[in-house]
Design a protein around this ligand. Structure first.
Ligand SMILES: Cc1cc2nc3c(=O)[nH]c(=O)nc-3n(C[C@H](O)[C@H](O)[C@H](O)COP(=O)(O)OP(=O)(O)OC[C@H]3O[C@@H](n4cnc5c(N)ncnc54)[C@H](O)[C@@H]3O)c2cc1C
Length: 830
C-alpha cells in the first residue's frame, strides 16, 4: 500500500512540476529528497530503493545539461537531425527569416503571459494624426462620389487626385525629413479604413504607395542618393509609384518569376560602356501601373560574364525604373471587378538600365526576395486588414440602421429572428476584426514586423469581411442589389474578392503561410534546433542543439501535463489576470493554447518535412493559432477601452465564436489525422470529459445574438465604438447620412406608433394610412408627435427607395435620373 501511495504521490508531484515547467535540476532535487525520506525511514524494501535510486540517477543524468549528456545523447541526435531535416530552399529560408515574432510566440508557448498582452500600450493616434483624419481625410471623403468614380468616370477626378497628392496621402509612411507625413501604422490603417467606407477606388489608390512598394523599399534599402532623390518626390505625388512582381506565369509562386536581367555594359545617356542590366519582363495586375512614373520591378538576375562577381545566377533583384525609359511598355488597364483604381500590365524586352536603378545599388543585387519578405511582414499587417474592416464597419452601421428602419409585416426586419441571426454575425465579427486590426497596427508601432500575425490578419480580416458583407447584402434584400448612387453596399460587395486575392491569395495564406511559417518562427524550440544543425562550429552546434532538443522534449511533456489537468478541471483553477467577468475566457484560451502547442508538436513530429505538403492539416493548425490570436485581441480591446460593460455582449459573442471555431478546428484535425491512435490520444488529452464525441464550446447563443443586435440598431456609445471610422457625410442627401437620420427619426416615432396601435386596438381610431390624422383628431397624439411620425415616414421612404434609369441606361440621361430620390420629388410626381 505504501508503495502505491508513494507512486501516486510521485505522479502528483511530477504532474505539478511539469505543469509549472520547472527545470530538471529542481525535479532531481525534489525526487532525491522524496527518495531520501523513503530510504531514511526504511518505508520501501532495500531492493526497490536501489532500483529507484538507479532510475533517478539515470534520468537526472539525461535531463540535466552536461558534457556527458551532450557526448552520449546530443551528438548522435544532432547527426541524425542533420540527415533527416528537409532541405529549405533559399526563398523559403528568406521568408522564414523575415519579420519578428510577437504575441504569436506566446500562443505557441502553450502558456501565454496575459499580463504581458495587457501591458502593451493602448494604440493611440497623435494630435496631428487626429487632425488629419478630421481635416483632409474628411474633406477628401466629402469630395468622393463612389458612383461617379466607378460607373461614370472610371477614375477619380483630376481635382481629387490633386487633393490626394497635395495633402500627403501618398506619403503617409515617408518620414517628415523627406517631406512625408511620418504617420504611425495605426493612423495609416485608420485612413485606409475610413476611405474604404467611402470609395474602394480611393482607398486602394492611397493604400498602394503606402504599402509594399518603392517608398517602403527605399526607406529600408535605398542608397542615400536614391532616398534623397525619390522620397520627397513620392511624398508629394510628383512621382507615381507601382510595384511589379506578378507575371502571367508566376502569381502565388512569386519566387518563380521568369522575368530576367543580364548584367552587361551598354549605352546610357550618351555614354558607352556603362555597367548595367538588360531587362526582359512581362508583368500583369499591377496597381497604379497605368499611371505610374516610377516602376518598381522584380526580376531574376544573371551575370554570365561575371562583371559583378563570381556567380552566374545572382537571384531576385529589385530596380526602380522611370516609366519613360526607352522600351518600357506601360499604360493599358485591367478591370478589377467594379473597382476603378488603376491596374494593368507592363512589359519590356532587352531594356537597358544602369546599375544605379537597383534599389540599394550593387550591394543589394540578388537580395530582392529578402527585401520583399521583410517589407511584407509589416505592410501586410495594415492595408488589407484595414480594407476588410472598413467594408465590414460600413456593413454594420448601415445594416444596423436598415434593420430598424425597414419594416415588413408591420415590424422592423431586424426584430425577426432569422434576420437577427445574420445581423448578430455582422456585429460580432466586426468587433473581433477591429480589435485585431488595432492590436496589430499597435504592434507595428512598437517596432514589430510580425510576419505570421500579418498573414493571420490578412486572411481572417478579409475572410470575416466576406461573411459580413454577404450577411449585410442579405439583410438589405433588393435595396443592396439595385445599383445606383443610393446603393452604399454593392461596390464593397463586388470588390471584396480583390483583397482576398492580393498579397498572398487567401487559400495559400491559410494553407501554407500561417502555420507553415508559424511552426518554425513562433515555436520556442524548432528554429533553434534547425539553426543548430546548420551551425559550422561543432562545439556550438552541439551545445545549442542539446539545449534546444531536450528543452523541446520537456516542453512537450509539460504540455501533456498542462492539457490534461486543464481539460479535467475545465481550467477553473488556472490563475489569470484581466477583468473578472472574462476570467473564464482567459482560462479557456490558456488551456487551448497548451493544446495547440501539444498538437503542433505531434503534427511536426509525425509528419516531419512532409507537413509542408499536408496543407489541410497545416491550415487547421493555423486556424487554431489564428483564432487564439483574434480572441487575444478581443480581450485586449476590452481592457484598452476601459472595460465598458455595455460592450460585453459583443465581447462575449466574439470570444465564444473564437472558442467554438478553435474546437471545430481541433475536431477536424482529429477526424483527419492518418494515425487513429494518435488522434484518439490527443482527443482524450485535450477534451478528456467529452470522450469520445461531443463538443464543449457552442457558438454564441440566440439570446446573446439578440442583445448584440439590439446594440447595433440603437444609437449610443457602443454602436459608435463599433462603427468608429465610417465616413458619414454632412450632406443631407447622402444615402448613409439619410439612413442615420432615418434611424433617429424612426426610434423617436416608435412610442407614438405604439400609442396609435393601442388606440386602434381599443377601436378608438381608424387603421391604415390615415391613422395618424385620425389619432391627431381624436387627441390620441399631439401635433408634435404627428410631426415625428411624418418625419419618420418621409425618411423611411427615402431610405427604402432605389435608383432607376432610362431603359437603355443612356449616359446622357444618366446624370439627370441618378439624383438621389427624395420623398418630396416622388410626392410632386404623384
Ligand atoms: C486587383 C489586383 C491588384 C494586384 N496588384 C498587384 C501589384 O500591384 N503588384 C503585383 O506584383 N501583383 C499584384 N497583384 C497580383 C496578386 O498578388 C496575385 O493575383 C496573387 O499573388 C495571386 O496570383 P494569381 O492571381 O496568379 O493566382 P494563382 O497563383 O494562379 O492562384 C490561384 C489559386 O490557387 C491558390 N494556390 C496557388 N498555389 C497554392 C498552393 N501552393 N497551395 C494552396 N493554394 C495555392 C491561390 O491561393 C489561389 O486561390 C494584383 C492582383 C489583383 C487581382
Amino acid at each position: 500500500m505504501s508503495i502505491l501511495l508513494a507512486l501516486l504521490a510521485a505522479l502528483a508531484v511530477a504532474w505539478f512540476l511539469a505543469y509549472h515547467r520547472l527545470p530538471a535540476l529542481v525535479w532531481s532535487v525534489v525526487f532525491a529528497a522524496g527518495l531520501g525520506l523513503l530510504t531514511y525511514f526504511k518505508l520501501w524494501p532495500q531492493a526497490l530503493l536501489t532500483v529507484a535510486w538507479a532510475v533517478l540517477i539515470v534520468v537526472a543524468l539525461i535531463a540535466i545539461p552536461s558534457p556527458l549528456r551532450r557526448a552520449v545523447a546530443g551528438a548522435p541526435l544532432l547527426k541524425l537531425f542533420r540527415r533527416i531535416l528537409p532541405v529549405v530552399s533559399q526563398t523559403e529560408q528568406e521568408a522564414l527569416d523575415a519579420g519578428t515574432v510577437w504575441w504569436d510566440g506566446e500562443l505557441f508557448s502553450g502558456k501565454p503571459d496575459w499580463s504581458k498582452l495587457l501591458a502593451y500600450p493602448k494604440p493611440r493616434l497623435s494630435a496631428e494624426e487626429q487632425a488629419f483624419i478630421a481635416g483632409p481625410l474628411r474633406e477628401l471623403c466629402e469630395m468622393l462620389s463612389d458612383w461617379e468614380v466607378t460607373y461614370e468616370a472610371s477614375d477619380m477626378s483630376p481635382q481629387v487626385w490633386q487633393f490626394i497628392k497635395d495633402n500627403g496621402f501618398l506619403g503617409m509612411i515617408i518620414p517628415r525629413e523627406y517631406g512625408g507625413k511620418g504617420f504611425s501604422a495605426l493612423a495609416h490603417s485608420q485612413v485606409v479604413m475610413q476611405l474604404t467606407t467611402r470609395s474602394g477606388t480611393a482607398a486602394v489608390s492611397v493604400m498602394v504607395p503606402n504599402s509594399l512598394g518603392p517608398a517602403e523599399l527605399l526607406l529600408h534599402y535605398g542608397t542615400k542618393e536614391q532616398k534623397d532623390h525619390y522620397l520627397p518626390r513620392l511624398a508629394k505625388g510628383i512621382e507615381m509609384p507601382c510595384f511589379a512582381l506578378t507575371s502571367p506565369e508566376a502569381g502565388s509562386d512569386a519566387g518563380g518569376i521568369p522575368d530576367f536581367g543580364i548584367v552587361c555594359k551598354g549605352e546610357w545617356q550618351g555614354k558607352s560602356d556603362v555597367l548595367g542590366i538588360r531587362l526582359t519582363w512581362e508583368k500583369r495586375y499591377i496597381t497604379l501601373g497605368p499611371i505610374a512614373t516610377l516602376l518598381g520591378l522584380a526580376f531574376q538576375l544573371y551575370d554570365p560574364d561575371h562583371l559583378v562577381g563570381k556567380e552566374d545566377d545572382i537571384g531576385i533583384t529589385l530596380a526602380l525604373v522611370p516609366t519613360d525609359t526607352p522600351g518600357v511598355h506601360i499604360g493599358r488597364r485591367h478591370r478589377a471587378m467594379t473597382a476603378t483604381f488603376m491596374n494593368g500590365p507592363n512589359w519590356g524586352k532587352d531594356v537597358f538600365i544602369p546599375m544605379e536603378f537597383i534599389i540599394g545599388g550593387e550591394a543589394q543585387l540578388g537580395q530582392g526576395w529578402k527585401m520583399l519578405m521583410n517589407c511584407l511582414a509589416a505592410g501586410r499587417s495594415i492595408s488589407l486588414p484595414a480594407n476588410g474592416v472598413g467594408i465590414s464597419k460600413l456593413s454594420a452601421l448601415t445594416t444596423g440602421a436598415y434593420g430598424r428602419v425597414r419594416q415588413q409585416f408591420k415590424l422592423s426586419i431586424g426584430k425577426f429572428e432569422g434576420v437577427e441571426e445574420a445581423m448578430a454575425r455582422i456585429a460580432g465579427n466586426v468587433y473581433v476584426m477591429d480589435a485585431a486590426r488595432v492590436m496589430t497596427a499597435g504592434a507595428v508601432d512598437l517596432g514589430e514586423k510580425p510576419s505570421v500575425i500579418s498573414a493571420i490578419v490578412k486572411y481572417h480580416l478579409t475572410e470575416r469581411g466576406r461573411q459580413v458583407i454577404n450577411d449585410a447584402m442579405d439583410v438589405h434584400g433588393g435595396k443592396g442589389i439595385c445599383m445606383g448612387p443610393n446603393n452604399y453596399l454593392a461596390s464593397a460587395y463586388m470588390q471584396t474578392p480583390i483583397a482576398i486575392t492580393v498579397e498572398g491569395a487567401n487559400i495559400l495564406t491559410r494553407t501554407m503561410i500561417i502555420f507553415g511559417q508559424g511552426a518554425i518562427r513562433g515555436h520556442p524550440f524548432v528554429l533553434k534546433e534547425i539553426e543548430a544543425t546548420r551551425e559550422a562550429d561543432q562545439g556550438k552546434a552541439l551545445r545549442d542543439f542539446d539545449r534546444a532538443f531536450f528543452g523541446h522534449i520537456a516542453f512537450t511533456l509539460s504540455n501533456v501535463a498542462r492539457v490534461l489537468w486543464m481539460g479535467m478541471t475545465g481550467a477553473r483553477l488556472t490563475a489569470v489576470p484581466g477583468a473578472p467577468e472574462l476570467r473564464h475566457y482567459y482560462q479557456q484560451l490558456t488551456r487551448l493554447s497548451s493544446a495547440f502547442a501539444l498538437t503542433a508538436d505531434m503534427a511536426m513530429f509525425l509528419c516531419g518535412g512532409t507537413l509542408k505538403r499536408r496543407e489541410r492539416l497545416s491550415a487547421r493548425l493555423g486556424d487554431v493559432l489564428s483564432q487564439l490570436y483574434l480572441a487575444s485581441a478581443v480581450l485586449k480591446r476590452y481592457e484598452d477601452d476601459g472595460r465598458p460593460q455595455d460592450d460585453l455582449p459583443l465581447v462575449r459573442w466574439g470570444l465564444l465564436d473564437c472558442l467554438y471555431r478553435i474546437e471545430e478546428a481541433f475536431y477536424s484535425i482529429f477526424e483527419n489525422l492518418p494515425w487513429p491512435v494518435v488522434s484518439w490520444l490527443l482527443r482524450g488529452l485535450i477534451f478528456p470529459l467529452l470522450m469520445p464525441y461531443g463538443r464543449e464550446f457552442a457558438p454564441p447563443r440566440d439570446p446573446l445574438g439578440h442583445d448584440v443586435v439590439g446594440l447595433m440598431m440603437t444609437p449610443g456609445a457602443t454602436r459608435d465604438r463599433l462603427t468608429r471610422g465610417v465616413f458619414i457625410s454632412a450632406n443631407e442627401n447622402d444615402p448613409v447620412r439619410t439612413l442615420e437620420s432615418a434611424l433617429v427619426a424612426v426610434i423617436a416615432a416608435e412610442p407614438v406608433e405604439a400609442k396609435l396601435r393601442q388606440a386602434q386596438q381599443a377601436g378608438g381610431i381608424a387603421r391604415g394610412h390615415a391613422a395618424a390624422d385620425a389619432g391627431l383628431k381624436a387627441g390620441v397624439i399631439t401635433p408634435a408627435e404627428a410631426e415625428l411620425l411624418k418625419r419618420a415616414a418621409e425618411l423611411r421612404r427615402k431610405v427604402i427607395m432605389v435608383d432607376d434609369f432610362p431603359k437603355d441606361f443612356g449616359k446622357s440621361e444618366l446624370h439627370q435620373t441618378t439624383q438621389p430620390v427624395t420623398f418630396e420629388a416622388l410626392a410632386r410626381k404623384a
